[in-house]
Design a protein around this ligand. Structure first.
Ligand code: ADP
Ligand code: ADP
Length: 232
């Protein structure tokens, strides 16, 4: 469960201040897929980055599974982030590492043994359909395959929550559908709560349970997807 309470975020000060989020409130129940749509510059990225504190809210609080992220010490925050996976528009893979070693990275950072890492990485590669690509490098993969690697890496530390920042925006429509299908499987099979942001209505329509609209830093809707798209 994700609880965003009275969160505001201002970049800069004085005349150059940008109010990227304005008193945003949002509760995302465990196991749901929640979409946030909005135009470029509306505050989507800032909102999602406030959940794992890649950005620190100027005011307000964010809790994940009852743990108030905004109050944690640096060490506690690092541990809490293991429970939150994130994927990005441009995949953010390490080009000098193989597929296996990209997925292994978070586990290496957690100090896991080589055999524990293998036991975790191989099933993840199978889950995302890339068992035969373990020894390849990112440059040898298609965009969809790269995003699958990124998804496996995001799941390596067994998160309860997955944050998706325009995860399909760099992909063609057919590849987008297959990545969304994978996200749906992950939500259903592993019970992972998913918060995704996108500027594409179709993404929201196809996999989200609920949706919010963000406009100029304000969250202006929070509705079931069916109600949202049939509203008068
Ligand atoms: P979106 O993801 O919806 O495109 P963003 O959250 O990236 O929106 O941006 C919201 C607003 O905050 C925009 O006006 C953007 O220019 C501004 N902004 C985002 N990040 C920064 C930053 N690090 N410094 C200053 N302004 C920023
Ligand atoms: P994306 O659409 O892939 O999220 P953006 O271009 O919105 O990429 O942002 C890329 C990075 O630049 C983010 O870390 C964001 O916080 C930062 N950023 C966005 N807008 C601004 C801005 N006006 N000033 C400074 N940094 C910004």
């Amino acid at each position: 469960m994700i609880e965003i309470s009275n969160v505001s975020k201002t970049y800069g000060t004085g005349n150059s201040a940008v109010h990227a989020l304005k008193d945003v409130n949002l509760t995302i129940p465990k196991g749901t897929i929640h979409g946030v749509i909005g135009l470029s510059g509306a505050g989507k990225s800032t909102l999602i980055r406030c959940v794992n504190l890649l950005e620190r809210p100027s005011t307000g609080s964010v809790s994940v599974d009852g743990q108030e992220m905004t109050r944690l010490s640096r060490g506690e925050l690092n541990r809490a982030r293991h429970r939150i996976g994130m994927i990005f528009q441009h995949f953010n893979l390490l080009t000098t590492r193989t597929v296996f070693d990209n997925v292994a990275l978070p586990l290496e950072l957690m100090g896991e043994s080589r055999s524990a890492i293998k036991d975790r990485v191989l099933p993840l590669l199978e889950l995302v359909g890339l068992s035969d690509k373990a020894k390849q490098y990112p440059a040898q993969l298609s965009g969809g395959q790269k995003q699958r690697v990124a998804i496996a890496r995001a799941l390596a530390s067994k998160p309860n929550v997955l944050l998706c920042d325009e995860a399909t925006s760099a992909l063609d429509p057919q590849t987008t559908s297959s990545i969304l299908e994978l996200l749906r499987e992950i939500n259903q099979q592993l019970g992972i709560t998913i918060l995704l942001i996108t500027h594409e209505m179709e993404v929201v329509k196809s996999i989200c349970h609920r949706v919010s609209l963000i406009s100029d830093g304000e969250l202006v809707e929070d509705a079931e997807v069916g109600d949202f798209f049939t509203a008068p």
